[in-house]
Design a protein around this ligand. Structure first.
Ligand SMILES: Cc1cc2nc3c(=O)[nH]c(=O)nc-3n(C[C@H](O)[C@H](O)[C@H](O)COP(=O)(O)OP(=O)(O)OC[C@H]3O[C@@H](n4cnc5c(N)ncnc54)[C@H](O)[C@@H]3O)c2cc1C
Length: 195
């Protein structure tokens, strides 16, 4: 653990990101930093292994975040479909919009089941590597797909940064990248299947 102000610790300027504007993200440099032995977290020389061991739990957390975003897309789309009128009807009257929202609800629902299944195994202390990878893969995909569809339901307003779904659209992509990309989740699942 490095105290702020340690000699050699340098915080680079803030990254300009596509989404997650509320999360402050910087590159850090640790040039010849000297750290008191008392600041050692865990066992010396096992940092990488320790870091890997927290990834499975982190994937359940990202899956939970993704489910929240996927559900937010459903809620906002339902509200807007009842409110916005086009060609004499609320847009929710049209089957094209109904089917989009039905697909969104199905994705949020199945993603939630996958994340609950992984979390339940984790809390019981059972191996949950495969379930965590499945939950992260399925839920981040649901978040991305739902944010794209919700933006479409909102039409031009969806492209405005002030609309809630505009933010969902920008925030969803990182969920398919952080804590291991979707490709990495597939590699983990295949490995757990013995391939
Ligand atoms: C906003 C933000 C916050 C982050 N926060 C954290 C954090 O708190 N802690 C942390 O440790 N990391 C964090 N990260 C890093 C993040 O986990 C990595 O960006 C992510 O794991 C992908 O790694 P990479 O960027 O090196 O991509 P790369 O490994 O360069 O991957 C590029 C592409 O190649 C694919 N690829 C790579 N290897 C293979 C392979 N063997 N087979 C098939 N395809 C492959 C990937 O799936 C991807 O599509 C953060 C990143 C961002 C953008």
């Amino acid at each position: 653990m490095l105290p702020a102000g340690t000699l050699g610790l340098r915080v680079a300027p803030k990254y300009s990101k596509v989404g997650w504007a509320a999360s402050d993200t910087h590159e850090l440099f640790f040039d010849d930093c000297r750290v008191p032995a008392a600041n050692l977290l865990g066992e010396r020389g096992r940092g990488y292994a320790q870091f890997l061991s927290i990834l499975d739990e982190g994937r359940v957390a990202i899956a939970a975040l993704s489910v929240g975003l996927a559900q937010g897309c459903v809620d906002e789309s339902l509200r807007y479909a009842r409110e916005r009128e086009a060609f004499g009807h609320p847009i929710g009257h049209y089957q094209a919009i109904q089917f989009k929202i039905a697909d969104m609800e199905a994705r949020a629902h199945t993603a939630r089941l996958a994340y609950y299944a992984a979390a339940a195994k984790m809390l019981r202390g059972e191996p949950f590597k495969k379930e965590a990878a499945i939950a992260k893969l399925v839920a981040s995909n649901a978040a991305m797909d739902n944010s794209r569809d919700a933006t479409q339901v909102f039409g031009g307003y969806g492209f405005m940064n002030e609309s809630p779904v505009g933010r969902f659209y920008r925030d969803a992509k990182i969920l398919e990248i952080g804590e291991g990309t979707s490709e990495v989740q597939r590699m983990l699942i295949a490995r757990q299947l013995g391939l």
